[in-house]
Ligand binder design. Structure first.
Ligand code: FCB
Length: 451
């Protein structure tokens, strides 16, 4: 305790498609997720985000939950097709009005709105014109950013352009378990990743043009990668995975262009053809992508163990009793400290916000009606300790946001994975704060007293 500066931001995160519902109300256009969830077999429980947590109607109650939690900030995302139904044309005043009221209500209770512009719900009309593999999407994204900066920028100071470009590119175009659900299309994934980074750079400029005082950043899903053994093949697997997940995004954002070794990997696996990066990189793109930002957003859930399938030795790095969450993800708080230190050493961001960290556990109401989610409380506490340790080592971490305020629609897992510190009964939509909500509230209060 006592390691967190007075200006440190304690927060919690959500995203539009996962909580809002009201998928076709008040002029909202369809997104790629509205279409994807309707394809048979894509969502494990056959559910959709049509209603989700019904936050679109229950937002006032959710703002009260945030106020009572005592957080400094709330990170939410704007649904692009709610504010610009076809992504590029007319603005929908009802859609903007929703976020306008939400921002006012947050400020009324002393909670800073931190706004993500793209948390995966691309307007379907843009997907029909090519989606992120098409360069045009980056340009219309910047226009949308400018519309939002104009509408909310008098009250919103911190903006996140894109959430997790790796997930959008590779889960959307290679694994296919996330919208738009294309599989094994490496070239489209690489073009998508580039246009997301370009969109981030263009949006950063667009927001600055509207609101010079705004702080803009991008949120990456990052993970420290360790080789499962010192076998050369495992070490090589670790290099490749680190390149794919971390360096492919960090290097260009910090002005180094795409990393040569990963470019070579991509030629070898034919994600890049004979023309190489010229397939999508145009003059000045790399400068646009490297535009100075206010902060780097980091989502951290677990470390990555790299193992080549051909190595003879079984992985020994993960202890057999490694605590795993319901997602099967390892709870490894020290990975967050390591990751933050590496970012400081290799990239030197002026400010880092941990924009997501949290855990899925199924614990529900017990006989006393309360939710004793001790494992989640411990997970959050230990990761806050890791952030404190990084700060003590000189890393400029300025905020920590728990994923998530509410149990919500966990993408392909539907409602089967609960990340909330507030329980949501998806039949009645009732909210019940879990023990972890109380623990996080008390931890924030305790950290403030020791400042
Ligand atoms: C992140 C996403 C977020 C949520 C958590 C569990 O990758 O940004 O929406 O799904 O994982």
């Amino acid at each position: 305790m006592g390691r967190f500066p007075a200006s440190f931001t304690w927060g919690t995160s959500t995203s539009a498609y996962q909580i809002e519902g009201a998928f076709d109300e008040d002029g909202k256009g369809p997104s790629i997720w509205d279409e994807f969830v309707r394809r048979p077999g894509t969502i494990v429980d056959g559910s959709t985000g049509d209603v989700a947590c019904d936050h679109y109607h229950r937002w006032a109650q959710d703002v009260r939950l945030l106020a009572e939690l005592g957080v400094d900030a709330y990170r939410f995302s704007v649904s692009w097709p709610r504010v610009i139904p076809d992504g590029r044309g007319q603005t929908n005043p009802a859609g903007v009005g929703f976020y306008d009221r939400l921002v006012d209500a947050l400020l009324d209770v002393g909670v800073e709105p931190v706004v993500t512009l793209y948390h995966w719900d691309l307007p379907l009309a843009l997907a029909e014109r090519g989606g992120w593999p098409s360069r045009d999407t980056a340009e219309v994204f910047a226009r949308y950013a400018s519309v939002m900066a104009d509408a909310l920028g008098d009250r919103v100071r911190r903006w996140i352009t894109i959430n997790e470009p790796w997930v959008v590119a590779e889960r959307g175009y290679v694994y296919g378990d996330k919208a738009p659900g294309r599989r094994n299309d490496g070239p489209a994934a690489l073009a998508t990743a580039h246009h997301l980074l370009l969109g981030h750079g263009l949006a950063t400029e667009a927001i600055a043009a509207e609101r010079p005082e705004a702080q803009v950043g991008i949120t990456l899903n990052l993970s420290p990668v360790v080789a499962a053994s010192n076998h050369p093949l495992d070490i090589e697997a670790a290099r490749r995975l680190d390149g794919d997940l971390n360096r492919w995004y960090l290097d260009p954002l910090y002005g180094r262009g795409y990393p040569d070794d990963v470019v070579a990997d991509r030629r070898a696996d034919r994600w890049l053809g004979a023309g190489g990066l010229d397939a999508f990189v145009r003059p000045h793109d790399m400068e646009t992508i490297a535009a100075p930002t206010g902060f780097l957003g980091v989502n951290y859930y677990e470390r990555t163990i790299a193992r080549d399938p051909a190595t003879p030795v079984p992985p020994e790095v993960v202890a057999d009793d490694a605590a795993r969450t319901a997602m099967g993800w390892e709870s490894y708080p020290d990975g967050l400290r390591e990751l933050l230190g590496r970012l400081r050493d290799d990239y030197g961001p002026s400010s880092i916000l941990v924009t997501e960290n949290g855990a899925s556990y199924p614990d529900g109401p017990g006989p006393d009606g309360r939710i004793h989610d001790e494992r989640r409380s411990r997970f959050i506490d230990e990761h806050i300790d890791a952030v404190g340790a990084a700060i003590a080592e000189g890393v400029p971490v300025d905020g920590y946001f728990v994923w998530s305020l509410l149990d919500n629609f966990e993408w392909a897992f539907g409602y089967t994975q609960r990340f909330g510190i507030v329980w949501v009964d998806f039949a009645t939509l009732e909210r019940i704060p879990k023990d972890s909500y109380v623990r996080y509230r008390d931890r924030i209060a305790a950290e403030r007293r020791t400042r």
